[in-house]
Ligand binder design. Structure first.
Ligand code: SF4
Length: 601
């Protein structure tokens, strides 16, 4: 065993050029082959790539899809994002657990099958959903979960569990997935038809002209922050370095967001065209598409599109006939870490490190991947880039509003009859989105995922755009009967699990916030708790180092702002009694020592 481990690791590291910067690829390959990256494997990897064992261990311990101890050769990951929970994800997990004879978080006695929860697998429009190794199963019920568990116990290969494929490219030989695109409304920019070579116009322009066109179109990043893309490219082009890089952030991990999944499935060529244009504009030779681990089922399809682009002469040397312009793209797989959606954490991950965010300045445009000037843009942003070059800035900015030209892809999930992906012009009212999605009697909408805000009916006439209700794409509809404070608590749980732990306000503050919120939900809150939540939430926002911590208290702050009455109903003064004091809990130790139970219980 140990010999085969040694030779396998030598082979894996060799195939990655024994490059320490490719550590993510190496540990992922070892995990896949051996079910874990244990201490011996870490030592061998460290020796091959010239790293210290502790560095390898740091990477393995950071990512949810890696493990230093054996897991089952089959890992069932039940998505527990709020849309999945709303549709019965816990019941599905329990059905799996019962059929497998284990608890969630355990492995079957024969060591073959592990069952666990995972934060969000990007299937909120077809929930509940699970990942079984890289195979996605959607629209699950408890009976089907039991049948799948029985098949797995009988030795079925996860990939053979799917016999009915989704639509479009999902049904192709390279994907063969049960996932449905659920495109409810396609627009002209991102989801409209596109053929390889449609953006060749860039070849007749200088890099400066390309950047000017993107600036004229007033394109802003579609990831949520809305930074002007042309300006970012200007900074990267002007920065000095030995090489420059283009990175596409395809780590869409915000619960409730799944539109990049559809773009990568149906419009991969458009994304790669946009990346190539970015490479030409800033003077880069190398592009990286960082693909979240949950979308590994798309990898072969994406590699195939890249191969076709090379054959068509729009990747490689002298791209599109432009003498001296060399540009190629590689795919970097993630390994399950929401924080890697933050651009500096994503760069760390591409470099084979833990996905720790970096201090800024320097910004990636000055010093990014491998210390070189780097532009990081979102999947949807690259689609817009290719369209602007294809049709011109004027055509692009005809849609949307002055501050937010173009369209926005929205991922709509939750309590509505038509969940899915909508490409809509910026400036559309939230009420119109709800109508399109078939949402009725909506009591609240979570706009922008957990890091966004929860709004109520008084905000439904507001517009989706950078200057009003801004969102990276997630729209979770909450209908009658939903417990909004419990949903806020689920979001806080998500941030606690996903914090990288580097800074105290985020690591500790979110735990304190959730525990005080849960105390209120349990009816043990005090009126002073609202002030406590507000103050602590503001501290966490301002004192945290990266975007995760800076937005993590939003579920509490936005519910306090828009649904304060729900809190106030729970924290009414209780006739002089202190609600937070639990007599049973306070006496529990004494009762145990005395060996008796008192009458108050
Ligand atoms: Fe890590 Fe949170 Fe600090 Fe960001 S804010 S660096 S996620 S601990």
């Amino acid at each position: 065993m140990s010999e085969s481990l040694e030779s396998a690791i030598r082979g894996i590291c060799g195939s990655c050029g024994n490059d320490r910067g490719r550590l993510m690829d190496i540990v992922r390959a070892v995990q896949e082959q051996f079910g874990c990256v244990d201490g011996r494997a870490m030592e061998l990897i460290a020796a091959e790539v010239g790293a210290r064992r502790v560095e390898v261990e740091g990477v393995v311990s950071f990512y949810a899809f890696l493990s230093d101890h054996p897991t089952g050769e089959v890992v069932i990951r039940v998505s527990k994002c709020v849309p999945c929970l709303m549709n019965g994800a816990r019941r599905v997990a329990e059905a799996f657990a019962e059929a497998l004879g284990i608890e969630v978080g355990q492995t079957t006695a024969d060591g073959r099958i592990t069952l666990e929860y995972t934060p969000c697998i990007g299937m909120c429009d077809q929930s509940p959903a699970v990942l079984i190794n890289d195979t996605v199963i959607t629209y699950l019920g408890t009976d089907r979960a039991r049948r799948i568990a029985e098949k797995l116990l009988a030795g079925a290969e996860p990939s053979r569990l799917v016999n009915k494929f989704g639509d479009g490219v999902n049904a192709s030989d390279l994907v063969r997935s049960a996932v449905h695109n659920n495109v409810r409304q396609a627009g002209p920019f991102v989801l409209g038809p596109f053929a390889a070579g449609d953006a060749r116009r860039a070849a007749s322009m200088t890099p400066q002209e390309v950047i000017r066109e993107i600036k004229t179109a007033r394109l802003r990043g579609r990831g949520g922050a809305g930074f002007p893309t042309g300006m970012k490219w200007d900074f990267t082009r002007a920065a000095n370095g030995d090489g420059k890089y283009v990175i596409c952030n395809a780590d869409e991990g915000e619960p409730g967001t799944f539109k990049d999944r559809v773009i990568l499935t149906e419009q991969a060529d458009l994304v790669f065209a946009g990346m190539t244009i970015a490479g030409y504009a800033i003077g880069a030779e190398q592009g990286i598409l960082y693909l979240r681990a949950e979308y590994a089922y798309l990898r072969r399809h994406l590699e195939n599109v890249l191969r076709q682009r090379r054959e068509a002469g729009v990747l490689g040397e002298n791209v599109a006939g432009v003498e001296g312009f060399t540009f190629d793209i590689r795919i970097q797989m993630g390994a399950g870490a929401y924080v890697c959606g933050e651009e500096t954490a994503l760069i760390s991950s591409c470099e084979g490190l833990r996905g720790d965010p970096k201090n800024r300045p320097p910004f990636p445009a000055q010093k990014g991947y491998r210390g070189q000037p780097t532009t990081v843009n979102n999947v949807e942003t690259f689609c817009c880039v290719a369209r602007i070059i294809q049709h011109g800035a004027g055509w692009f900015s005809e849609m949307g509003s002055h501050g937010s030209p173009g369209t926005k892809l929205l991922s709509v999930s939750g309590d509505c009859s038509r969940p899915g992906v909508y490409e809509l012009p910026f400036g559309i009212k939230l009420s119109e989105v709800l109508k399109l999605a078939g949402a009725e009697d909506t009591i609240a909408v979570q706009v922008g995922g957990p890091s966004g805000r929860m709004v109520g009916p008084k905000d439904f006439e507001r517009s989706i755009c950078y200057d009003d209700l801004s969102t990276g794409g997630s729209i979770i509809v909450l209908g009658p009967g939903r417990d909004l404070l419990k949903i806020a608590s689920e979001f806080m749980e998500f941030f606690i699990e996903e914090s990288c732990g580097y800074c105290t306000p985020c690591r500790v503050g979110n735990v304190l916030l959730k525990s005080r919120l849960d105390r209120i939900i349990a009816g043990k809150g005090e009126p002073d708790d609202l002030e406590y939540l507000e103050q602590l939430a503001k501290t966490v926002k301002t004192a945290s180092r990266c975007g995760l911590g800076q937005t993590s208290p939003n579920p509490i702050l936005s519910t306090l702002e828009n649904f304060r009455e729900l809190y106030e109903a729970k924290v009414q003064p209780a006739n002089g009694l202190q609600r937070s004091f639990d007599l049973s809990e306070a006496l529990a130790d004494a009762e145990e020592a005395a060996g008796r139970k008192s009458v108050h219980a």
